[in-house]
Design a protein around this ligand. Structure first.
Ligand code: SME
Length: 162
C-alpha cells in the first residue's frame, strides 16, 4: 500500500485514517528506523507541516532521528528547548508561538508554532519525542494533541537499542 489519497478529509478524519491504517504500514520485521521513517513520511503526507520528525534519547541527550523537512539540529540537552522540556516533564508541549517559549531552539526561523509529544516504552520511560513544526502560529490544538498522543502509543514498541 504505497499510494493513498486523503483529499477532502478533515483533520480528525486524517488522524483516524492514520490510526486505522498504521498497522498496514508497520513492518514488525523491519528495524526501528524503517518503521519510524515511514511513520514520519505518513504524517508529512497527511498534514504537510513544515517539519515532522523524532528525536531519540541517546547517552543522556536527544539526538536527531528520522524526519521530513529541512536539516535540523542534531542534539538537544535534557530539559532544553521544547523537545528537551517534553522529555523532562514527560508531557506534551503545545506551543502556539515558539518565540514566546523560554529556551526554544530555533532549528529554522520559519517555524512559528510547534507540538512535541513524548514516546514511552512499556516501563513508562520516554525514549523519544515526536516534534512537529508549522510556519503558522497556533497551528496545533487539543485535537492534534489527542490524536498524536494516541499515535505515539503505537510507536512506543519501536524503541531501538542505541
Ligand atoms: N524547536 C525544537 C528543536 C527541534 S527543531 O524544531 C526541529 C526545540 O525547541 O526543542
Amino acid at each position: 500500500m504505497n499510494e493513498f489519497s486523503v483529499q477532502g478529509l478533515t483533520k480528525e478524519e486524517k488522524y483516524q485514517w492514520l490510526l486505522n491504517n498504521w498497522p498496514h504500514f508497520l513492518d514488525p520485521k523491519a528495524p526501528w528506523f524503517s518503521n519510524l521513517s515511514n511513520a514520519m513520511a505518513l504524517l508529512k503526507e497527511l498534514f504537510n507541516h513544515w517539519w515532522t520528525g523524532v528525536y531519540l534519547v541517546n547517552d543522556g541527550e536527544l539526538v536527531l532521528g528520522p524526519f521530513q523537512g529541512k536539516n535540523a539540529c542534531t542534539r538537544i540537552e535534557y530539559g532544553k528547548g521544547v523537545c528537551g522540556t517534553a522529555w523532562k516533564d514527560k508531557c506534551t508541549q503545545l506551543v502556539p508561538n515558539v518565540h514566546e517559549f523560554p529556551g526554544h531552539i530555533a532549528c529554522s526561523s520559519a517555524s512559528n508554532s510547534e507540538i512535541v509529544v513524548p514516546i514511552y516504552n512499556s516501563l513508562g520511560e520516554v525514549w523519544a519525542v515526536l516534534d512537529i513544526d508549522s510556519v503558522n502560529f497556533s497551528e496545533f490544538d487539543e485535537i492534534d494533541q489527542y490524536f498524536l498522543e494516541k499515535f505515539c502509543q503505537n510507536l512506543g514498541s519501536l524503541q531501538p537499542k542505541l
